[in-house]
Design a protein around this ligand. Sequence first.
Ligand code: UDP
Length: 342
Amino acid sequence: MKKTVLVSGGAGFIGSHVTVELIEAGYDVIVADNMSNCDRTCFEGVKKITGREDLPFHLVDFCDAAAAEKLFSENKIDAVIHFAAFKAVGESVDKPLMYYRNNLDSFMNVIEAAQKNGCTNILFSSSATVYGEPDVVPVTEQTPRKDATSPYGNTKKMCEDILQDCVKASGGSLKGILLRYFNPIGAHPSALIGELPRGIPNNLVPFITQTAIGKRECLSIFGNDYPTEDGTCKRDYIDIVDLARAHVCAVARMLDGKMEQGCEIYNIGTGRPVSVLELVNAFEKVNGLKLNYRFAPRRPGDVVAIWADPSLANEKLGWKATRSVEDTLKSAWEWEKHIAGR
Ligand code: UDP
């Protein structure tokens, strides 16, 4: 029997790529989203890529406990992947209550409704932000978490704790997986789904592609006096399709009864540090264009250097990042051109 996976926040950037990979791996998927930070572009793209015109979609705000309960009681759901959350770091500093209320309430409602209705497998989309500025790189899952530097980061830490506590309290019936993403970038090779930032992008790659297409005048590289080889920050940029496939492996591990602990944690990254300047150079080279950029002051709160040790995910999930940063940057550019031409 086919298993059904609910993807909360499934119309967004990561959720839509995960939905495609789940369908291609043979799962039935239910997409739910309140559409607060996206339009129907990616959901329509997912249907096109997978040929699933009948893909179920539910307009649900998971902060509404009754709506969450209704969704779980009316559908047989074997596992849920929870993405539905606000994600803008700066906005979270200005509107902490909005972030705590949305990101915590929605997750607690999902856990409660899932447990009540016999869905015992919950995967939470966490972030490398929980490591803060690490003392040692690369970071393993044992690297201590640091105090969050924003309410957004804090909601990731708190949601991790909430799921772990619920798993503990369930006496073995509830299973949880926390995936800590590094920096997801790029788009599906079809260029039918990708990142759709609202307003001025906060993240590096959408800012690069919008500058290249002429939507932004100039990319500011925040800081070139950091203690790294070229003075710019280093990150672990992971291809969005690679990242999405990690979710398929994690769901399979849960549903096939392979988990060794009630709640497992995995770093989802490449293990390859890339500086901002290296990324910009790679973008120019692979796409054959010149990017208008300048060096600007450091951005407050930025971590100097962080990248993953992904060996636990490689071993236990049987998953590995496969795409080069060049291929990923090509896909990001194809996507930008696709949305510009709409
Ligand atoms: N960055 C930059 N210019 C931008 C956006 C980001 O130089 O317009 C840098 C940022 O300072 C950081 C890196 O790019 O060193 C990745 O930033 P992003 O916001 O994408 O991810 P995060 O900071 O969450 O790792």
